[in-house]
Design a protein around this ligand. Structure first.
Ligand code: ZN
Length: 380
């Protein structure tokens, strides 16, 4: 298994939107033949996926040794769940007046789900939600969220714009790992393909196939087009809306809080800043404002490293998708709902090198900070 070579292909669907797939060497010729016969345009974007996987694994091992020797945390490295959870505890301990850790419930495999709450006081203040890692393989989203947690704490401590003014009016809730079971599964080194695991790890009606796409399981046009009812599919929506305990826990938490004004979720990759809807191609009632905010946020992001983002609704930037979290949030009255798809555009895809973590996180911060400030300045 370990010496098997894989290539990453990019195909274009009927809407001329890219779809990236990974193919083992043994199926290469059959696939190319099929694509040519059906006039489906394609390019090879990663020639040897295995090489990237090996490099990433070696870097992580090297970094873990370095961190344990120096008793430090390296933001320019990917970490496993345990290390991220330890990082959260250290951060809370170092900023105990600002940050607390909330356990919102357990996963299917009984792991705790934690949210970091940044608050300067008050009861149920208007709040901003940010989550990452609902799709397990999108490691840059977890790593970005780790960096963000540290950045928010530092900016507050050092009185840097605009964090103190945002936190004087609102609370920020940050969930670094929204799909802990899936994330742990992506770290199983014995099976190279587990690194590309996207879903949760729950049992399904098919004993051979595990997991639900947690971003198709929300009660937002659940079961519509743009999600699969096949338990073996990567975008399997689950048997019913909010059937998955991970989604249920987040929904329960947000609904019982009752005062969220913004919902943001971090994914990768494709460099997109998206807003509702995903389930339908029509404009959301707040479309002009959402589009304007997203456009300005993407400009703020671009100002740092020149990274170009595409802005639009999920439907028009990716494809039709039902049961997504931003549609759910928007349909529940949380107007400022956005989904980010972070770097890159496919050169490395889900295997974005760790030396791009800090620059990705920093530019993302500029966009997030713009949106948070805007939300603060536009109460509703
Ligand atoms: Zn995703």
């Amino acid at each position: 298994m370990c010496s098997m070579t894989w290539k990453s292909f990019r195909l274009w669907n009927m809407y001329y939107q890219p779809v990236d797939i990974r193919v083992p060497h043994s199926s290469l010729y059959a696939l190319k033949d099929f694509l040519k016969k059906n006039n489906i345009p394609f390019t090879v974007i990663i020639n040897n996926v295995q090489e990237h996987l090996v490099r990433e694994r070696e870097e992580m091992v090297r970094n873990a040794k370095m961190e344990s020797k120096t008793k430090s945390f390296n933001f320019a490295a990917y970490h496993d769940l345990e290390t991220i959870y330890n990082f959260m505890d250290t951060l809370v301990a170092n900023h105990s007046k600002l940050i607390s850790k909330v356990n919102i419930g357990s996963t299917y495999e009984n792991r705790p789900m934690y949210v970091l709450k940044f608050s300067t006081g008050g009861e149920q203040r208007p709040a901003i939600w940010i989550d990452a890692g609902i799709h397990a393989r999108e490691w840059i989203s977890h790593a970005t969220a780790v960096w963000l947690a540290d950045r928010i704490a530092k900016d507050f401590k050092e009185n840097r714009a605009h964090v103190p003014s945002i936190l004087s009016q609102m609370d920020i809730y940050l969930m670094i790992v929204a799909n802990p079971d899936g994330y742990v599964f992506t770290h199983i080194s014995s099976s190279p393909l587990s690194r590309f695991w996207c879903k949760s790890r729950s049992a399904t009606s098919n004993p051979k196939c595990h997991g639900v796409d947690l971003n198709r399981n929300w009660d937002a046009e659940f079961g519509g087009p743009g999600a699969s009812d096949d338990p073996c599919a990567e975008d399997y929506r689950g048997p019913s809306a909010q059937s998955e305990i991970e989604v249920k826990n987040i929904v329960k938490f947000i609904m019982s809080h009752g005062n969220f004004k913004s919902f943001m979720t971090l994914h990768s990759y494709m460099q997109l800043l998206m807003y509702p809807y995903g389930y339908i191609g029509i404009d959301a009632p707040d479309w002009p404002e959402l589009h304007d905010v997203a456009t300005k946020a993407s400009k703020a992001l671009n100002s740092w490293h020149g990274t170009v983002y595409k802005v639009g609704s999920i439907f028009h930037t990716i494809d039709q998708a039902s049961g997504t979290s931003v549609d759910w949030a928007y349909l529940r009255g949380i107007k400022y709902s956005f989904a980010f798809a972070l770097r890159d555009t496919g050169e490395y895809g889900f295997l974005l090198p760790a030396d791009q973590i800090v620059s990705t996180a920093r530019e993302t911060w500029f966009a997030l900070r713009y949106i948070m400030k805007y939300v603060c300045d536009h109460p509703y």
